[in-house]
Design a protein around this ligand. Structure first.
Ligand code: M6R
Length: 596
């Protein structure tokens, strides 16, 4: 949440920062600002709203050292004053901050200062001014010793050719270019400039100057950073001719899923490396899957597959609830945290809590992210950068990642799964998904028929129930249409009261053991004049109920939820676009939720 970008080198900083902020805009888009050191002081421009509002203004900023920020409001409404950067009273110090300063009221009292914004962040600028005695790094270090909360932080001072950076709970990476440094909240924004980088770890602070950099911990001990290299192609963060990142990412699924299982499954072996010894795996009594939002839905899908494959009880928990519940955990439990970004605050806290009691692993997309590092070991889903706020290719990748985990555990225990059947099905997945994507125009036509609806129900049974939940979440977050997902049989226990001719109901109605039951549920909606959209592997019986049928190829039960969720992603996408909304940046949302 919120994006930090900074530049120190010999090019014009404002242009580079503006472009960097555009790449980080998915992290927050309430307001944006840039500060650049010029010959006389620090010039500042900030503006409420999307980053493009800053384009003209930023041209006024001339200089080769600067910091910028794109905001997702926590404390204080989105407006010009609350936008970052914030400055000290003497205007010599500028800061940009991600995270939350929990003791900001106490700090304000301590400083006896009045802030001009309603943010928790501004107090940091005043605190640094308070500690400043000519050494900016030391002033920031002393300030952070007083801070409770989380921060990704970049600080500049009118009298120093340097940027001070710090991190606790909010990511910050430093790219090392030729005679230049680029700082950013994520790798995607530095990739166009350099492939060489290092990540700050929690409670580390650094100084970047034209002649070099240093990193230390808050206790003042020097730290040597290992340099890492970006291995993915910069083109993967471009739209490549698609009108939105979300659409591009939906269309990437044939490849992203292949990347997830490639080299990891053969006819008789699962090849993943986990920090779990065989004796522990044999002793696992319970698996607890933890995540938020779409990641929580992928866990619900996996619960079915895992219990079926492993015959071990699997529980699925919202990270935000799990972390505060004093969960009862035993040494024979395995906690699996699931996160696309690897930065979600609740998931990270849940992981830290679980680590105190039992073994943990992560199912993560972003390589090197905080949760990936903290988890110790796990399975990267290798979906590639996901920029659209609505998670699509990461969802299907997470289902697959969790399946690989289940198969790996099975291999070390009972070996019940028929890997050849699963491998064959995976090999066909690419063609199956391509066949679904070819129906894009048909799905758009269905969207045209329903985009003015104000409510939607999504119904499914078995592992299609979480697919229904995910379909509803996708629709509501990008189209602002109220949507609910239910197990189809639950409808008659309440939601059926909502059914009338204005209520579209999406049924996920595969030919599986529960098909007849779901047809009965469809009858109930049909009888009450609800409009039915049916997703199925065989449309023969369904034509009676609706002309809006999406057929998907049939695969093994373990993989069918992956295929079923893709048309629902397209349906949500087209409805949002027809409503003239930007599906990549839905209101009030941000891609990585790094605050509670
Ligand atoms: O990065 P994470 O997977 O931890 O994010 C969890 C949720 O914030 C995320 O899935 C959110 O629900 C998406 N916007 C859904 O599309």
């Amino acid at each position: 949440m919120c994006g930090i970008f900074g530049y120190l080198g010999n090019k014009q900083a404002s242009e580079i920062i503006f472009q960097g902020l555009q790449r980080l805009e998915y992290r927050g888009y309430d307001s944006a600002g840039i500060a650049v050191k010029n010959g006389t002081g620090i010039a500042l421009e900030k503006k409420k709203g999307r980053i493009h509002n800053l384009q003209e203004l930023s041209k006024n900023l001339k200089g080769t050292l600067g910091i910028g920020h794109t905001r997702w409001a926590t404390h204080g409404e989105p407006n010009d004053v609350n936008a970052h950067p914030h400055h000290s009273t003497d205007k010599k110090i500028m800061i940009v901050h991600n995270g939350i300063i929990e003791n900001f009221s106490a700090l304000k009292e301590f400083l006896n200062c009045s802030c001009i914004s309603a943010t928790d962040s501004e107090v940091l600028a005043h605190l640094i001014q308070h500690h400043y005695k000519g050494n900016l790094l030391e002033a920031v270090r002393l300030s952070l010793l007083q801070v409770e909360g989380t921060y990704g932080l970049a600080v500049m001072h009118q009298h120093h050719d340097e940027i001070i950076i710090a991190r606790n709970g909010s990511p910050l990476v430093v790219g090392l270019g030729k005679n230049e440094y680029i700082i950013s909240s994520d790798l995607a924004a530095i990739a166009p400039h350099t492939k060489k980088y290092f990540c700050l770890d929690d409670k580390q602070i650094g100084k970047l100057t034209p002649s070099g950099y240093e990193v230390k911990d808050l206790e003042n001990s020097a730290i040597t950073k290992e340099l890492e290299r970006i291995t993915w192609d910069v083109k993967s963060i471009e739209k490549k001719g698609f009108s939105h990142f979300m659409l591009k990412e939906i269309f990437e699924q044939p490849a992203s899923l292949k990347n997830c299982f490639r080299g990891r499954i053969t006819n008789d072996e699962i090849k993943v490396t986990l920090n779990l010894d065989d004796a522990f795996i044999k002793s696992i009594n319970r698996i607890i899957l933890v995540g938020c939002g779409t990641s929580w839905h992928s866990a619900l899908v996996a619960e079915y597959a895992m219990e079926k494959t492993l015959n071990i009880p699997v529980e699925v928990e919202y990270a935000s609830e799990f972390r505060y519940r004093n969960p009862i955990l035993h040494e024979n439990d395995l906690v699996v945290v699931i996160s696309q970004s690897g930065e979600t605050a609740d998931t990270l806290a849940a992981l830290k809590e679980a680590k105190k009691h039992c073994k943990t692993i992560g199912i993560i997309n972003v390589v090197g992210s905080t949760i990936a590092r903290e988890a110790g070991s796990g399975i990267y889903i290798h979906a590639g950068p996901e920029i659209g706020v609505a998670s699509t290719k990461a969802f299907t990748g997470q289902i697959l990642g969790l399946l690989l985990l289940a198969l790996y555990i099975d291999e070390k225990r009972e070996k019940t799964a028929n890997l050849k059947t699963i491998k064959d099905a995976l090999d066909n997945l690419e063609e199956h998904i391509k066949a679904i994507l070819e129906k894009n125009e048909d799905i758009k036509k269905i969207a045209e028929a329903y985009y003015n609806s104000t409510n939607f129900l999504f119904l499914g049974r078995g592992s299609n129930f979480p697919v229904a939940l995910e379909g509803a979440l996708k629709l509501k977050e990008i189209s602002y249409i109220h949507a609910e997902g239910y197990p189809a049989a639950e409808m008659k226990h309440g939601p059926i009261a909502l059914i009338d001719e204005h209520m579209p109901v999406v049924f996920i109605a595969n030919q599986n053991g529960l098909h007849d039951k779901i047809i009965s549920n469809m009858e109930e909606v049909y009888a009450r004049k609800g409009s039915i959209i049916a997703l199925t592997t065989d449309d023969r019986e369904l034509k009676k109920y609706t002309k809006h049928i999406i057929t998907v190829p049939e695969t093994i039960d373990l993989l069918q939820p992956i295929l079923n969720s893709i048309p629902l992603q397209l349906l949500a996408y087209h409805i949002a676009v027809l409503k003239n909304l930007d599906p990549d940046k839905p209101r009030n949302l941000a891609k990585s939720v790094t605050v509670e």
